[in-house]
Design a binder for this molecule. Structure first.
Ligand code: G
Ligand code: G
Ligand code: NA
Ligand code: MN
Length: 252
C-alpha cells in the first residue's frame, strides 16, 4: 500500500507532529503530566490517525525511526517546559517492535543526555504485548529503570499477562484500560474489574492511572475506589502544543 512509501518520506518532510493529552490528579484536577500522541499531517490526505499508520509502521519496521523521532521530539519539548519552570511529566507510547529494537535503550539514553531534565520526568507506556518475551523484556526494563525513566503498562486488563509475571516486572504505573472506565458506572462487571485492578496495583506497589474518563461519575467512582490519577475527554482531549501550553501555564 502507498501509505508505507509515504510514511518513509514523511519523517524527512516533517509531516509528523505531537499532540499532548493532560493527565490529572483527580481530586484536585491539577495537571501533573501529559501523554504525547503522534499525528501525521499528510500533504494530500490531511491528518491521518495513528490508529491507521502505527500498525503499518510496525509491520514495516518504520516504527523504529518514527518512534525515535517521537522520543526526541517529546524530549526536546519536555526540556523546554522544565527550563521554563513547568513541572510536568512527559509520557511516550512505545510499540512492542520499537521496545525490542536493540538500540532502543541507547535511544532513550541519548534523549536524556541531549535534554537535561530529571529522568523521572520521562515516562514510557508499553502494552502487555511486549511481555510475550518475558525474559528479554525484563532485561530491557531493568536497563530503562537504571536510566531513571518511569514505566507504565498501557491498556491494562486487555492483554493476557499473568499476575505472577507482572509482579516481577520493574514497572511503576498501571493504566486501567478505557474500556473498563467507560462502563465502570453502568456495568457491574466492569466496576468490579476496576476495583480488582486497583486492589492488585496497591498490593504490588504499582501506581494507578485511569484512561478514557469521559464523565464526572466515572471520575467519582475512581476516586471512591482508590484510583487518584486519570486522563480523558471529560478533562481534555489531546491538545496542540499551543493549547496545552496555555493550560500548563494556568495550572502552575
Ligand atoms: O491518539 P489516538 O487516540 O488517536 O491514538 C490511537 C492509537 O495510536 C492508540 O492506540 C495510541 O496508543 C497509538 N499511538 C498514538 N501515538 C503514538 C505514538 O507516539 N507511538 C505509538 N507507538 N503509538 C501511538
Ligand atoms: O492506546 P492508548 O491508550 O495510548 O490510546 C490513547 C488513545 O485514546 C488516544 O488516541 C486518545 O486520543 C484516546 N482517548 C483519550 N481520552 C479518551 C477518552 O476519554 N475517550 C475515548 N474514547 N478515547 C480517548
Ligand atoms: Na498510551
Ligand atoms: Mn491506553
Amino acid at each position: 500500500f502507498m501509505l508505507e512509501h509515504n510514511l518513509k518520506q514523511a519523517i524527512d518532510h516533517h509531516e509528523f507532529y505531537l499532540e499532548y493529552q493532560p493527565k490529572l490528579e483527580l481530586q484536585t484536577e491539577h495537571i501533573y503530566g501529559v501523554e504525547a500522541l503522534v499525528r501525521w499531517k499528510h500533504p494530500e490526505l490531511g491528518v491521518i490517525s495513528p490508529a491507521e499508520f502505527i500498525p503499518i509502521a510496525e509491520e514495516s519496521s518504520l516504527i523504529v525511526p518514527l518512534g525515535k523521532w517521537i522520543l526526541q521530539e517529546a524530549g526536546k519539548q519536555n526540556k523546554k517546559w522544565y527550563d521554563a519552570g513547568i513541572r510536568v511529566k512527559m509520557a511516550v507510547n512505545v510499540s512492542a517492535k520499537q521496545f525490542e529494537d536493540p538500540h532502543f535503550v541507547d535511544t532513550v539514553h541519548q534523549v536524556l543526555s541531549e535534554n537535561q531534565f530529571p529522568p523521572q520526568y520521562l515516562g514510557l507506556e508499553i502494552t502487555e504485548s511486549v511481555m510475550q518475551n518475558i525474559h528479554q523484556s525484563t532485561l530491557i526494563l531493568q536497563e530503562l529503570k537504571k536510566l531513571g525513566v518511569k514505566i507504565s503498562i498501557d491498556d491494562f486488563g486487555t492483554g493476557y499477562s499473568s499476575l505472577s509475571v507482572l509482579s516481577k516486572l520493574p514497572i511503576d504505573f498501571i493504566k486501567i484500560d478505557q474500556s473498563f472506565v467507560h462502563e465502570s458506572t453502568t456495568n457491574p462487571i466492569a466496576a468490579s474489574l476496576v476495583k480488582t485492578i486497583v486492589e492488585m496495583g496497591k498490593n504490588l506497589h504499582f501506581e494507578l492511572i485511569a484512561e478514557g474518563i469521559e464523565k464526572k461519575e466515572q471520575a467519582e467512582f475512581l476516586i471512591e475506589n482508590g484510583c487518584y490519577r486519570g486522563q480523558g475527554y471529560f478533562y481534555s482531549p489531546p491538545l496542540s502544543l499551543a493549547e496545552v501550553e496555555l493550560l500548563l501555564y494556568k495550572n502552575q
